[in-house]
Design a protein around this ligand. Structure first.
Ligand code: DP6
Length: 324
């Protein structure tokens, strides 16, 4: 084995067409395909070393010991990589994020993309990006997209080997800025993994999944043509449809806060006044407002004035997961 330790960085991504619900939960095969933009400047750095004298896997996040449940999820992911490498050693995993403290943006996508690349390399596996994407997906679905930079599509498939992400366009294809309006930094009561399980209990999930190929193709075309209005229309529809599924699940998932809705209204108002911007919201209350780079200062100025917005983060298109 060339090396028993390695470190990697990866960035989170914002879903433009959302993954919500699995056709196979154990394999994390999604109900529908998704498209995202990898975000620069919000990095997760993870170091992995396989050590014979450790009694079990240990995981620290920003210097603190991870909870037993968090460590267990990482151990199960390491097991996949150990099995592929024919390795039995426990691992020490140290993960650092440079997201500004308490923004509620701790991203499993960045974490599992960095972990997969670092652990595979430390285990002596030299894997192509598509294989890293497949493995990262097993840890957290959206992590398969963070293996790549820029605009990325994750294709839905019944097959473990085929359900992987691939790049649609590099980061410099189109300079959009994600102005993230942080309205709460509290940890969410229901995480995505639990939320995916509830998706099928909504009467709106079947129609959302059935229409996904059409939205994916509109989104793909809008990105390739740099058609902002086309992208805005399909992305807001997709985000609203996912939240309609959440709101109509049993039990209902209500991620929005009053300030979430205030930001959605401010975005509509900005657009009426001629500023190109749209919102998209993941499984939480914070609002991602996408805008061409030329308009981002106007968007930030308006959103800063919305009551309930605690902080704004600016993220630009980012690169792939890399070994460091
Ligand atoms: C709403 O990838 O976080 O952000 O596979 O259980 O880790 P797990 O779920 P995760 O789900 C992401 C849900 C979403 C939409 C998206 O990123 O596509």
């Amino acid at each position: 084995m060339p090396s028993a330790s390695a470190a990697a960085t990866a960035s989170p991504n914002i879903a433009l067409i959302k993954y919500w619900g699995n056709r196979d939960e154990a394999l994390r095969l999604p109900s529908n395909g998704s498209i995202s933009l990898t975000l620069a400047g919000l990095t997760c750095r993870t170091a992995v070393s396989f050590e014979a004298d450790l009694p079990a896997d240990v995981l620290t996040v920003n210097g603190a010991m991870e909870t037993p449940a968090g460590t267990e999820r990482v151990s199960r992911h390491l097991d996949l990589i150990r099995a592929q490498a024919g390795l039995r050693l426990p691992a020490r995993v140290e993960s650092q994020t440079d997201f500004p403290a308490a923004t509620g943006l701790a991203s499993s996508a960045a974490a599992f993309a960095a972990l997969t690349l670092a652990a595979a390399s430390a285990a002596g596996l030299d894997l192509p990006p598509r294989e890293l994407s497949r493995l990262a997906r097993r840890g957290s679905g959206s992590a398969c997209r963070s293996i790549f930079g820029g605009y990325v599509e994750w294709r839905a498939s019944d097959s473990d080997a085929q359900s992987i992400a691939e790049p649609l366009a590099p980061p410099d294809h189109w300079h959009l800025v994600d102005v993230v309006a942080i309205v709460s930094a509290d940890p969410k009561a229901i995480g995505s993994t639990e939320g995916h399980r509830l998706a099928a209990t909504s009467p709106l999930q079947a129609s959302r999944v059935a229409d996904a190929p059409r939205r994916l193709s509109l989104c793909r075309e809008a990105i390739l043509r740099r058609d902002f209005e086309g992208l805005a229309a399909v992305c807001e529809l997709d985000s609203n449809w996912m939240h309609a599924v959440m709101l109509t699940s049993r039990p209902a998932l209500i991620y929005w806060l009053p300030a979430t809705l205030a930001v959605m209204h401010a975005v509509a108002e900005l657009r009426r006044s001629g500023v190109p911007v749209f919102y998209t919201i993941d499984a939480g209350p914070n609002v991602h407002c996408l805008t061409p780079v030329e308009a981002h200062a106007a968007v930030a100025e308006r959103l800063r004035a919305v009551v309930g917005v605690r902080q704004l983060l600016l993220a630009h298109p980012g690169g792939p997961a890399v070994l460091v």
